[in-house]
Write a protein that binds this ligand. Structure first.
Ligand code: HAH
Length: 337
C-alpha cells in the first residue's frame, strides 16, 4: 500500500509518546520523497549538506545554500532537525589542516578554525536544531588502538574532542550535544566508546548524549548486543539517540552482486528484526529521545554504493515505490500504552 494512503498510519504519530522519528534527507530526496517525509517523520538530518566540506569548502567561504533549503523544508513541514556533523575525520577539506605556507597547521590555528566553523554553523541553524553530532567516529575499529588516527588528533591531541564540545556548548547552551559512532553495539568498540564518553562526563565536559548510528544487518548486532549497548551508554546518565539506522540485507562480509530484489528469506528476517528492534526501543523510551533512519525508502540509500559500489540494497520500511513494507506494519502494530 502506498505510504501516503490514508489507511497507512503516520509513523511519527504512532510514536508520539515514545520518541521523535527522523530520516536523513538530501537536496534530491526533499523533493523525490517529500510526501513520505511530510507524513511519517517529525525530524530530519541532512545526509551530507551540513558536513564541513559542503558548508565550508575554502577558508573564507561558507556555502549554505543547500543546507538552507533543507532547513526551509523542515520549517515548512513543522519538523525539527538533528545537526550532522561538526568535527569528523572524513568529508573535511584539506585546507583546514594546512597553514598558508602549505605546512601542517599548528594546534592554535586548528583550534581557532574549529571554533570559527562550529560557531558560524551552529548560530545559523540555532532555533531549528535540537541535537548536534559534535564529534563523529573518533574511536578506532582496530582492537589495538583507542582513538582513530586523524589530523584532528595529530595536530590538536586527544583534547580535540573535549574542545569541540566546549565550543559547541558556548555557542548554544540549550542544544543537546552528542558523540556519534558506528559499530557502537559491538562489545569491543562499545567499551571504547563508553570509556571515551565516561572520561568526558568525569571532566564535566558538556556532553548530553550518545548517538548510535545503527548501521545494522540481518545477523549483527544481536538484540542482546543492542540492549547491552543502550544500557551501558545510558548508565552514564546520558540520552541515547539512534542516529543513522538502516538494516542492510547483506552481512558485512557478503559481497554478492547477483540480486535484483531481496530474497523471501531476507524480507522475513528484516521484518522480524524491525519488529524486535522497535520493541526494544519502546522499552527504552525514557532514555531514547529520537530514532532516525539514514534515508526514507528503498529507492535511495547510501548502501547502494557501500561497501560494494553499484549494488542495490533495501534497508528501510518503505520500498522503492514508496509503499509500506511488511517491516513498516511490524513497527506500527503494537499495543500502545
Ligand atoms: C556514516 N559512517 C556517517 O556518519 C554518515 O555521515 C554517512 O553519510 C554514512 C555513514 C558510517 C561508516 C560505516 O558504517 C562503516 C565504515 C565507515 C563509515
Amino acid at each position: 500500500m502506498i505510504g501516503n494512503s490514508p489507511t497507512v498510519p503516520s509513523l511519527h504519530s504512532v510514536y508520539q509518546d515514545y520518541f521523535k522519528i527522523g530520516a536523513a534527507v538530501n537536496s534530491v530526496t526533499i523533493d523525490s520523497q517529500k510526501s513520505l517525509l511530510a507524513k511519517h517523520f517529525n525530524s530530519i538530518t541532512a545526509e551530507n549538506e551540513m558536513k564541513f566540506e559542503l558548508l565550508h569548502p575554502t577558508e573564507h567561504q561558507y556555502t549554505f545554500e543547500r543546507a538552507d533549503e533543507i532547513a526551509a523544508f523542515a520549517k515548512q513541514n513543522g519538523m525539527k532537525m538533528r545537526g550532522h556533523t561538526l568535527v569528523w575525520h572524513n568529508q573535511t577539506p584539506d585546507w583546514v589542516f594546512t597553514n598558508e605556507a602549505g605546512a601542517p597547521a599548528s594546534r592554535e590555528l586548528l583550534l581557532q578554525r574549529m571554533e570559527h566553523h562550529i560557531t558560524t554553523v551552529m548560530e545559523r541553524y540555532k532555533e531549528q536544531i535540537y541535537s548536534w553530532d559534535v564529534v563523529n567516529e573518533a574511536i578506532s575499529d582496530d582492537a589495538s588502538e583507542f582513538l582513530r588516527p586523524s589530523k584532528w588528533l595529530d595536530i590538536i591531541g586527544e583534547d580535540f574532542i573535549a574542545k569541540a564540545f566546549e565550543v559547541a556548548h558556548k555557542v548554544d547552551p540549550n542544544v543537546s550535544l552528542f558523540y556519534n559512532d558506528y559499530n557502537e553495539s559491538h562489545p569491543e568498540k562499545r567499551e571504547k566508546i563508553y570509556r571515551l564518553v565516561k572520561s568526558l562526563v568525569e571532566k564535566e565536559i558538556p556532553i548530553h548524549g550518545v548517538g548510535l548510528q545503527a548501521h545494522w544487518n540481518l545477523s549483527r548486532p544481536t538484540l542482546e548486543e543492542i540492549r547491552a549497548a543502550i544500557e551501558r551508554y545510558a548508565s552514564l546518565g546520558l540520552q541515547i539517540q539512534i542516529t543513522e539506522m538502516d538494516v542492510s540485507v547483506y552481512d558485512w562480509e557478503d559481497r554478492r552482486t547477483d540480486l535484483t530484489q531481496p530474497t523471501e528469506e531476507m524480507k522475513e528476517r528484516q521484518e522480524q528484526l524491525y519488529e524486535q528492534i522497535f520493541q526494544l526501543f519502546r522499552e527504552y523510551r525514557d532514555v531514547i529521545s529520537s530514532v532516525t533512519f539514514w534515508g526514507v525508502a528503498d529507492d535511495y540509500t547510501w548502501l547502494d554504493d557501500f561497501p560494494v559500489r553499484g549494488r542495490k540494497n533495501w534497508p528501510f520500511v518503505f520500498n522503492e515505490q514508496h509503499h509500506a513494507k511488511g517491516s513498516f506494519w511490524k513497527i506500527v502494530n503494537f499495543n500502545q500504552k
